[in-house]
Design a protein around this ligand. Structure first.
Ligand code: THU
Length: 161
């Protein structure tokens, strides 16, 4: 038996330490977050993608009375992006959340399904997608989705890297 381990690196920053580009992207994520359709959870999430073309694509969570029909902000943004800009490369994604019911100042980390979706597009485009998670008191920056979804399905089973 071999004991193995995986470690990931990510940055914790204050907003002022980020580049203007990243702060602008976060601002867009916050603006779109507040337009989410989150009538069941009262948990508002916004995602802003920066494409290598410079275009910005936004998404927010869209809920439904048939709960599993709902979709997270990240996938709303990414699927719209890939539907409308299929050749585009995604450089960065900024994600932020707000709860109406109770104070929420943590970063929101993408769910497993969103990580899986981001992971496939990152693999397809052959360049990393930076993940920027904005909380009230800190911003976490991950260089690649691999840091949030190591040992992802396609890497292991299909032999892609
Ligand atoms: N949600 C997102 O949009 N993104 C995440 O990363 C986590 C969760 C949404 C789904 C649902 O509409 C609400 O937040 C509460 O889970």
């Amino acid at each position: 038996m071999k004991q193995k381990s995986i470690s990931i690196e990510y940055k914790s920053l204050q907003l002022e330490e980020l580049s203007q580009e990243d702060r602008d992207l976060i601002l867009k994520a916050e603006e779109i977050r507040d337009k989410a359709y989150a009538v069941y959870s009262d948990f508002y999430v916004g995602a802003a993608l920066l494409l290598s073309s410079g275009d910005i694509v936004l998404g927010n969570n869209q809920e439904n009375i048939a709960f599993p029909s709902s979709l997270c902000a990240e996938r709303v943004a990414i699927f719209y992006c890939k539907a409308n800009y299929p050749e585009s490369k995604i450089k960065k994604i900024a994600i932020t959340a707000k709860s109406i019911k109770e104070a929420y100042d943590e970063v929101v980390t993408p769910c497993g399904s969103c990580r899986q979706v981001i992971s496939e597009y990152e693999r397809n485009q052959k360049s990393p997608i930076e993940i920027i998670l904005k909380g009230e008191n800190e911003v976490l920056v991950f260089k690649s989705i691999n840091d949030l979804l190591p040992l992802s399905f396609e890497t292991i089973v299909l032999g892609h890297s």
